[in-house]
Write a protein that binds this ligand. Structure first.
Ligand code: F6R
Length: 367
């Protein structure tokens, strides 16, 4: 049932070209130049006229939500807030009937997310679900929604569900932007053509980085801390990379927006601190270059995730992982892959139970 892989997690990492394709299938119609999503279509006015969108989720799904904020604000120009479900529900949030609340949940059963949605519904907000498990509790109480068709995710650490969530959020943002006129037809066509290539690019990055990342991982088996840094769309990628490492390898890790480094975490940097930098060409690249210079001046060890052929960041890094180029807005989908592999191999070398990390449950149905 693990399809020849040692763990479900590795199998699920490798399934991503297919799970992303399955999530887009029947929805992304590049030749016709349209995105077809019943959940959005049936409530198009309500969604495009939303005064704001509030995304609620926990854990990895919350990280997907943060990237959703960048996507929806950039392409549909609707203000977005992203909240931890647990914080949202306990602070008497201000909601109106003009608000749309989007819940993101792989399992569709997370107690805090479910409770936050009930509250939003009581207060008249329109509630939309992005779930992986069909007919789950969250899928049932929402007014509308879109399933991520990632297939069952068995490994406790979320991998293919995350990239499927990003795929759905990309489709929603582009569809709303097209509908409300913020995205020109030309820009829309360019982006959907790019989106359509993602399954192939994810396959490419799996093929080109798996063995290499496995080698890199050997150097960090005894690390006690890690920092992950990224900017813009890849700031949430840094958070997610750090969470993956924490959960399965039990190495302490923090994700930060790279510019925040100098506001505190820089004090931690010395020769024993590995720092994963997510630095694709598109998206604040020059700023990242100076962050890497600051880290190297303090002897931190840099593992850089860069685009194929990168020279500037690559020349300063201790280890380089090359990923294919794509639009900045889709780069988290590609960057997620080597970060998943890095935490997977570090955890395996440390002898950890990657599919069932200690103290964690696949579906958090307690508050
Ligand atoms: C991390 C992880 C958790 C979940 C979180 C939300 O790898 O799996 O952080 O993302 O518990 O779960 P769902 O998405 O099922 O609501």
């Amino acid at each position: 049932e693990k399809g020849g892989y040692e763990h479900f997690m590795l199998k699920e990492i490798f399934e991503q070209p297919k799970s992303i394709l399955d999530t887009m299938r029947g929805r992304l119609l590049v030749e016709e130049g349209i995105i077809k999503m019943a959940g959005i279509w049936d409530h198009q006015e309500r969604l495009t006229n939303a005064s704001r969108i509030i995304i609620i989720a926990c854990g990895t799904s919350w990280h997907a939500g943060l990237i959703g904020e960048y996507l929806i604000e950039e392409f549909a120009r609707i203000p977005v807030e992203v909240e931890y479900a647990s914080e949202f529900r306990y602070r008497n949030p201000i909601l109106s009937e003009k608000d749309v609340v989007i819940a993101i949940s792989q399992s569709g059963e997370t107690a805090d997310t479910m409770a936050a949605l009930k509250l939003a519904k009581e207060r008249g907000a329109f509630i939309y679900g992005i779930c992986n498990v069909v007919d789950s509790s969250i899928a049932r109480i929402t007014d509308a929604g879109s399933y991520t068709h990632a297939g069952p995710e068995i490994g406790v650490a979320s991998t293919k569900a995350f990239t499927a969530q990003l795929t759905i959020l990309s489709l929603i943002a582009l569809k709303l932007g097209k509908h409300n006129g913020h995205l020109s037809n030309q820009e829309f066509m360019k982006l959907i053509t790019e989106l359509d290539q993602l399954p192939n690019k994810v396959q490419e990055v799996l093929d080109s980085t798996n063995e290499h990342v496995k080698e890199i991982a050997k150097n960090y088996i005894d690390a006690t801390n890690f920092l992950y840094l990224g900017r813009g769309y890849n700031y949430p990628s840094a958070l997610e990379g750090a969470l993956k490492l924490k959960e399965i390898s039990y190495i302490h890790a923090e994700g930060y927006p790279a510019a925040e480094m100098k506001h505190g975490p820089i004090a931690l940097i010395d020769e024993n601190m590995p720092i994963v930098i997510i630095a694709p060409k598109r998206g604040h690249y020059d700023k990242i270059v100076s962050n890497v210079q600051e880290i190297k001046a303090r002897k931190g060890q840099v593992i850089a995730v860069v685009n194929d052929g990168d020279e500037q960041v690559a020349s300063m890094a201790d280890h380089v992982i090359e990923i294919p180029d794509t639009s900045e807005c889709f780069s988290p989908i590609i960057a997620a892959v080597p970060l998943q592999l890095l935490s997977y191999y570090i955890a395996v070398y440390r002898g950890a139970n990657v599919d069932q990390p200690r103290n964690l449950a696949k579906s958090v149905t307690v508050e």
